[in-house]
Design a protein around this ligand. Structure first.
Ligand code: AAL
Length: 427
């Protein structure tokens, strides 16, 4: 009886579903590859076939295709030492680091960078008026020019330390350049206290100031004020605004920067400040932070959006990311051996034409040259990186993924004494 009743309900249901659908076209999805994912002609468009999450995201994400070779935002990086910079006795007293973007002006390449020339190497615990606490303490902003990007001619100071009490009296470091309405603007970290000094518990406290000039050779006039303020108390960038990186996008000045959140493990992230005037005011984007990883900022216009080189720290380090709107970034490629503190040559950084072409080279730095076990003993040197993150270059050598380093490099980064002890004790 029960069975009969159930059959009746089912047939009623089928009947009522069938009738109106008979006139509709069939919406059934046809599996294009019922025998399995194809071998030869790999589909470029998302196929109609059940796929794993890994393959779903190939087609739905920002990788731009199935193979890494055709991903315009995938590249390896090749490094070349530079000619023209003197590091003295190479004992940690002279350092050059954190290069700006490289810009071409009147046929010459220009770069600005942190320059330190102190009587001693940095001392993390003994910094004072003459002894730097960090590699970028007691520094000035210098610049150099080049005809080919390999051999450079150092031109000297662009922005010296400012007078007390203006931001930057303790140190000015980590510059970047904006060319805007026929003027040149340098943005930099402007310290009013020793990096890691009074702010030992919260890191490397500083805001951003700027200087302006009519020519890339100066003279530079400082803003004498903070142009990108730290965030309000309790917000992620309350102490640190590092690595200001200005570009022109959507008719505005977009300055990306690194901030740092506290907690057991500090989380570095990147934010965006937007303004109409190079000396401010700048408005922080309401969705900040817009990049959840990385260290030094390095971005470039790409197609209608902005791409970012995200290196060194965080869940998404060693990636190249892309946002169609300069705000919502997704991973576009995963790579390795990324440049530290890259200052790319971006011919269209200030055009804001919605047709970004990408980058093929720039300067970066190598740090901890002395490797005495403490970063405070270190100095840094500038170097050149080359890559193919450009829509206008197709260099298959830059698209390889299988990179083998000399075994000594891997052994150099082997187990620590503490780890060896743990392993031996666990036997
Ligand atoms: C860099 C940058 C900032 C930091 C320090 C100097 O590579 O992120 O500039 O403050 O390290």
């Amino acid at each position: 009886m029960k069975t009969l009743f159930l059959l009746g309900v089912i047939s009623l249901f089928l009947f009522s579903c069938d009738t109106p659908q008979q006139s509709q076209p069939s919406t059934q999805v046809i599996d294009e590859y019922p025998n399995g994912f194809p071998y030869g002609l790999v589909p470029r468009e998302k196929p109609n076939t059940p796929m794993s999450a890994a393959f779903e995201r190939i087609y739905d994400g920002t990788y731009g295709g199935l193979e890494v070779q055709s991903n315009e935002l995938y590249s390896t990086f090749k490094y070349t030492p530079l000619e023209g910079f003197d590091y003295g006795k190479k004992n940690g007293c002279i350092s050059r680091r954190d290069p700006s973007k490289v810009v071409k002006i009147n046929g010459k390449y220009y770069v600005w960078y942190t320059h330190r020339d102190t009587p001693t190497p940095p001392d993390a615990f003994g910094g004072n008026d003459t002894i730097p606490s960090r590699d970028w303490d007691l520094s000035e902003i210098w610049y150099a020019t080049s005809d080919d990007g390999f051999t450079w001619e150092e031109q000297g100071v662009a922005v010296p330390r400012l007078e007390k009490p203006y931001p930057g009296w303790r140190s000015v470091s980590t510059p970047d350049i904006l060319v805007y309405k026929d003027k040149y603007y340098l943005y930099y970290q402007a310290y009013t206290e020793m990096p890691g000094g009074e702010s030992k518990n919260r890191g490397d406290n500083c805001p951003v100031a700027a200087s302006v000039a009519d020519s890339p050779d100066g003279p530079w006039t400082p803003s004498n004020k903070v142009v990108i303020e730290n965030g309000p108390k309790g917000t992620w960038d309350q102490f640190i605004i590092h690595d200001p990186f200005p570009m022109v996008y959507n008719g505005k000045i977009y300055v990306y920067y690194k901030g740092e959140m506290g907690g057991k493990h500090r989380v570095k992230a990147q934010g965006l400040a937007i303004g109409d005037n190079p000396f401010g005011p700048f408005t922080k984007h309401p969705l900040n932070p817009v990049i959840n990883s990385g260290h030094e900022t390095a971005l470039f216009p790409f197609k209608e959006g902005i791409a970012a080189i995200v290196s060194r720290h965080g869940l998404e380090h060693n990636t190249i990311q892309y946002s169609p709107d300069g705000v919502n970034f997704e991973i576009a490629a995963i790579t390795s051996l990324l440049p530290v503190a890259p200052g790319p040559h971006i011919p269209d950084a200030f055009l804001g034409n919605g047709n970004g072409r990408g980058i093929t080279w720039g300067l970066c730095h190598f740090r901890d040259i002395l490797k005495k076990g403490s970063p405070s003993q270190s100095y840094s040197m500038l170097a050149r990186f080359d890559c193919d993150l450009s829509l206008d270059l197709d260099d298959p050598e830059m698209k390889k993924t299988d990179i083998f380093n000399h075994p000594e490099i891997s052994f150099l980064f082997g187990l620590s004494e503490k780890q060896k002890e743990r392993i031996m004790n666990s036997k």
